[in-house]
Design a protein around this ligand. Sequence first.
Ligand SMILES: NC(=O)c1ccc[n+]([C@@H]2O[C@H](COP(=O)([O-])OP(=O)(O)OC[C@H]3O[C@@H](n4cnc5c(N)ncnc54)[C@H](O)[C@@H]3O)[C@@H](O)[C@H]2O)c1
Length: 259
Amino acid sequence: MTTEAKILGTRLQGKVAIVTGGGSGFGEAISKRFAEEGCKVIVADMDSVGGERVASATHPHSMHFIKTNVANEADWEQLMENTLAKFGRVDILVNNAGTSYKNKPTAEVTEDEFDKVFAVNVKSIFHSARHFIPNLINQGDGGSIINIASIGATRPRPGLVWYNASKAAVANATKGLAAEYGEKQIRVVGIGEAAFSTSFPETLSYPFPETTKMKSANAPSQLPRTPSAPSSAPQASSKPSSASPQQKKTSRNSCSMSR
Ligand SMILES: NC(=O)c1ccc[n+]([C@@H]2O[C@H](COP(=O)([O-])OP(=O)(O)OC[C@H]3O[C@@H](n4cnc5c(N)ncnc54)[C@H](O)[C@@H]3O)[C@@H](O)[C@H]2O)c1
């Protein structure tokens, strides 16, 4: 019998979140941390084994797996329909699912590898804008979108040129969406991750001096394969804060690339 884990806080009580790529790595940690704050979480991943494992592990009554390929528009239609059928509303989207090819000379990257990186990392956000945002606007309560970019968006590294370029597109789209939908009370933020030892292919190979230095500085080898939950959940509450209207406007329209 699975025991429901403790609710540690109430910051996301009453909210419903979709976490793409929630079946592993950062997405797994985000899903669990959100549930610890009272959030209902849809774990949306193309990997059924990982997705089911996360959804049933710690908060089986608050989490639900929906098999989703974020690069596929029909899957977004199903994801939104099934999320609303399961939990009745939706407030938060974490666009976390991402992919890369293994670090290698850029002249050797194939067209299929390029297309896949842009489909999973960038086109997914295009699909989410068409299918998630209209639901938030219809609900009328505002909401949050958190896009997982990469430090490579602003500090591109050799051997991962098209991955970095895809994350730069994520960062730019994040700012554009924030500017466009802030007035609808939709907060859009980005997080620029550095290097962590998940199952992500980006971390598999660092043959260049610059990336080797970065790895030793930012991703100690002792890090677990699955990162532990962050000490505080991302600021995903859609409740208006007590800030002044001008402060509110600024914070809702900002894109914070933390690293
Ligand atoms: N790990 C790092 O060092 C690092 C650094 C910078 C940015 N990031 C970003 O963080 C995010 C999460 O990476 P991670 O390190 O947790 O990787 P991970 O490989 O552990 O997890 C990625 C998850 O996304 C899922 N996924 C992949 N393609 C998908 C698709 N088309 N549809 C639905 N799900 C899909 C995978 O099944 C997996 O569960 C990615 O966007 C990645 O670009 C990671």
